[in-house]
Design a protein around this ligand. Sequence first.
Ligand SMILES: Nc1nc2c(ncn2[C@@H]2O[C@H](COP(=O)(O)OP(=O)(O)OP(=O)(O)O)[C@@H](O)[C@H]2O)c(=O)[nH]1
Length: 335
Amino acid sequence: MKGSQGRIDHERLTREANGRFPEDPCAEIRRELEQAREEIANLSRTLQRIQQIARMGYWRASLKANELFWSEVVYDIFGVNPDTFTPSIRAFKVMVHPDDLESVEASMRRAQETGSHDVEHRIVRPDGEVRWVHELADYVPEGDEQILIGTVRDITEQKRLELRLRQLSRTDELTGLFNRRYFMQRLLQELARYRRYGRPTSVVLFDYDHFKRINDTHGHPAGDQVLVTVSKLLRERLRTNDIPARLGGEEFALLLPETGLEEAVGVAEKVRQLVREQTFTSEEGRRFETSITCGVSAFHGTEETVEAILHRADQNLYEGKRAGRNRVVADEPDR
Ligand SMILES: Nc1nc2c(ncn2[C@@H]2O[C@H](COP(=O)(O)OP(=O)(O)OP(=O)(O)O)[C@@H](O)[C@H]2O)c(=O)[nH]1
């Protein structure tokens, strides 16, 4: 025994040197811990990649403590450097587009009652770029703490497409003016405003005179050119609130909010003269002129309807055509 106690156990020393102690009860736990660490590192790399692909980050906000944690992708979306920028709810709100701050704050307040925060808003990055994000979060109070845990997704491209689609759906392709559908929608809205607040609102309908002759004499492209040129003039010369629209063919309309009958007659007269002063050139280089006839009507009385005001404006336009064209005819002032 003695002898054996004094002998050097090389095998054991080697195992110790390698840091492996089969008889050490912690060895197995250490190995498992090491494995778990690796798995977590892998998962976190995958999560990071998925966030980058989806342009989506996650965050955790402690509302009372004004603390905010951001995953790496959130820093990317907000265009700030994780080494120099410290997220906080205050710092986040500074980056929210000023026009959207109210809705973001309202959604945060609502979340404390409904349990969920769901808001689309713009942010202004430090380099001045405006981006759209969608935040979706759950409210999870922890004791005294008010916690929101959620995601933020960069939806800028989607928003650009949406805006473009909306613009296309309300625009006339040839002239770039509003189309009939949008005009009718706005007319209904203005009628509702008129009924509620009694604000003066007028409509001008106008139609080119002998337009068929322009097409027949100078060709269809020359006719198109007339419509495009005058539409551009309308966009440049009318008030930004006014709504010029192409209702179809060579029939146009102006919806004039905050404009009474007399003022609307002035606008129609200005447009009539603008058209009259223009000289157009056909593809063969022949110069020609044209004119328009306008019918004007204003919202009037408690029983007013969209159909009635358009009918009156159309009747006035018809009257103008009958009386010789190139003129403005309006409702009788007391009608
Ligand atoms: N170039 C061109 N012509 C169009 C367009 N839409 C409608 N037109 C033409 O406009 C003409 C309208 O003719 P009419 O309804 O008889 O009216 P008009 O010749 O203007 O006569 P009045 O309105 O009575 O003065 C038709 O020849 C249509 O083909 C368009 O987008 N481009």
